[in-house]
Design a protein around this ligand. Structure first.
Ligand code: GCU
Length: 611
């Protein structure tokens, strides 16, 4: 099913260009239709960068081969929005601006909330060229330049994507994306040599090395500009070098060396932890895992290895501190991984605009990693992202990956609203404020003060305070009748010591630790007095009540916008906001009752807490 372009941020793209037109030619025709005469001046050395100038005859876009395409889309956007298009040279903050699909070849998407895959179905490729071309435009228009199509959990038959069996089809898709400056990444199974007949996948075994060299040569004969491999190894039951008592530098270098002669990179995920922990064992603290597995290997990786680190030390919770690994390993190339798929953040039902999270991370890191990746929130739903408003996260992610520290999440949101709902949309301000407050609202009714994981096990939507408490995933809060949270200070698990000294000092003391992360870093009594004089318990109660009230207000705001929205879009959103209110009520009541039953302390303001 082809999407309705009205619901995307590319309203100026029409379908009348002959298919033989290149994306740049297409963009030029669109510009002409908008009354702009634009000349494109390719200067190879500019690569992804571009510069838009104006002279007597119209606009000139200077840029590398990809740069002019980015520039042309930018000019189209600016004209449509009525903004000044001229700019000095602009170049991307991150080299690789990646999207990782978690699509399985059976068509389902791991943590997908917008339908099924638009690449695969029934264990084979299944894609429409028109949709993939449109997707290429969406990516190029916001500067994304690499994608992996298949899930990081690689199972049969996706493990064959890098074999003769499936490469012809990979090549066809790569050919479509290439025109939009998007390169493919393949998620590979570390144990492929064993699957295909060897008795080992040991990275130091010469037969294994020869296997990968041959395999990689074959891949590049089909896709000469493949970006590289993405690997989840020794993580959540995936095979990896630890099975052969090799460390992760030895493991990653095996593949990196095979890719290097072809200019490919090896993206190695650092999401490695003990997922069979005994909850009784307080000596293991999961957030410490990534640093413990990797920090000591700094300097040992090949120069085409990129370590991909999740933004926080746990797993995309509503609020986590920045992963300490992102401050470490100065000699190693890294990418930061975010999750646009709203696994823990409302599943594209509840509203959640992510820019505030990215700002927190970028403001805090002294130096940005070289590359960036995000798990996509896309599927084959007509509007791509389930909740139409969730599209903003994809668009803003691309912009953020381009602008880096200069990213302005408010301006980008304004642009997205203007592009998606049109210049005459009368409810711009209301929608903007709904989206800008959405993260804080969601945080209030779900996960306060850095408490995470109180979610329904497996699905991760809805509350379950002890759902993971006695499980083996290492995600505990250990609440009792007096305390909640984990002491990660130097007197506790010592996690805080993984940070640079100044930050470690800040976090170590509950009095200086940012309150929004208090219970992530510390185990605190319910009667601890917060900076504003409320007790910690009262703050938990208040947040849940406020979060629910704010969710109800979101629904009212949406209802107030009915007159300004096409009926179909309005009704689609309405059902989601109604569900969000139910979810918020469920969280509020269950969490408040959970803490009330432990403490028997009623709400200071006399609101009803169920017993
Ligand atoms: C989370 C998520 C999994 C995913 C994993 C990963 O744990 O729930 O579905 O596979 O992250 O990042 O690899």
């Amino acid at each position: 099913m082809l999407l309705n372009a009205e619901k995307c941020w590319l309203p100026f793209l029409s379908d009348h260009c002959p298919r033989t037109f290149s994306p740049v030619e297409e963009a030029r025709v669109e510009l002409e239709e908008m009354g702009a005469n634009a000349r494109l001046q390719v200067e190879e050395s500019m690569q992804d960068a571009y510069r838009i100038e104006k002279d007597g005859e119209g606009y000139v876009i200077y840029g590398g081969e990809k740069g002019v395409l980015y520039g042309a889309y930018q000019l189209l956007e600016k004209m449509y929005l009525g903004q000044c298009p001229c700019c000095g040279e602009t170049k991307p903050a991150y080299g690789l601006r990646m999207l990782n699909h978690w699509d399985n070849m059976n068509g389902q998407i791991e943590r997908g909330y917008a339908g099924n895959s638009f690449f695969f179905k029934d264990s084979r490729f299944c894609w429409e060229e028109e949709r993939i071309r449109f997707y290429g435009r969406m990516l190029a228009s916001c500067g994304i330049n690499a994608i992996s199509m298949n899930n990081v959990n690689v199972h049969y038959p996706a493990d064959r994507l890098c074999t003769e069996e499936l490469l012809p089809e990979v090549k066809k898709i790569a050919d479509v994306f290439r025109a939009y400056g998007v390169r493919l990444i393949i998620s590979v199974d570390y144990a492929l040599p064993v699957t295909l007949g060897l008795d080992t996948a040991d990275p130091l075994d010469e037969r294994v090395q020869a296997f990968w060299e041959k395999q990689v040569d074959l891949i590049y004969s089909y896709v000469p500009d493949l970006c590289g491999f993405l690997v989840k190894a020794d993580s959540e039951f995936r095979p990896g070098p630890y099975m052969y008592k090799r460390n992760h530098a030895e493991g990653a270098n095996l593949l990196a060396r095979a890719l290097k002669p072809h200019g490919g990179v090896l993206i190695w995920r650092c999401f490695v932890y003990n997922c069979r922990q005994d909850w009784r064992d307080h000596s293991i603290d999961r957030p410490k895992a990534a640093y413990e597995n990797y920090a000591h290997l700094d300097g040992q990786f090949e120069d085409n290895v990129i370590l991909q680190v999740k933004n926080g030390p746990y797993d995309f919770q509503v609020r986590e501190p920045v992963s300490p690994l992102l401050y470490a390993m100065p000699k190693t190339c890294k990418s930061i991984e975010f999750q646009l798929a709203q696994e823990y953040t409302g599943q594209q039902i509840d509203l959640y605009y992510m820019a505030p999270v990215w700002h927190e991370v970028m403001d805090q890191l002294p130096a940005l990693p070289l590359h960036i990746a995000a798990v996509t929130n896309l599927g084959n739903d007509e509007n791509w992202t389930g909740h139409t408003l969730a599209q903003a996260n994809l668009y803003a992610y691309g912009r953020m990956a381009w602008q880096g520290k200069g990213f302005d999440g408010v301006q980008v949101l304004k642009d997205w609203i203007g592009l998606t709902f049109g210049p005459d949309f009368t409810e711009r301000d209301r929608l903007e404020s709904m989206m800008l407050s959405s993260r804080s609202t969601y945080e209030k009714y779900t996960a306060n003060l850095g408490l995470g994981w109180m979610v329904t096990p497996h699905s991760h939507y809805g509350p379950d305070a002890e759902g993971y408490e006695y499980d083996f995933w290492g995600t505990y809060h250990r609440a009792n009748c007096r305390f909640v949270g984990i002491d990660r200070s130097d007197k506790g698990t010592g996690y805080i010591q993984q940070y640079p000294e100044e930050l470690a000092r800040l976090y170590n003391d509950p009095a200086t630790c940012p309150e929004k992360m208090l219970l992530f870093f510390h185990r605190m009594p319910y009667d601890y007095v917060m900076k504003d004089g409320r007790t910690m318990l009262q703050r938990l109660y208040d947040d849940h009540f406020e979060g629910l009230a704010e969710a109800e207000k979101l629904l009212e705001d949406w209802q107030a916008m009915e007159h300004a929205l096409p009926e179909k879009d309005y009704l689609h959103g309405l059902a989601r906001f109604q569900q969000q209110v139910k979810n918020a009520r469920n969280w509020c009541d269950r969490m408040n009752t959970y803490f009330y039953r432990f403490t028997l302390i009623p709400d200071a303001r006399g609101r009803r807490i169920y017993d």
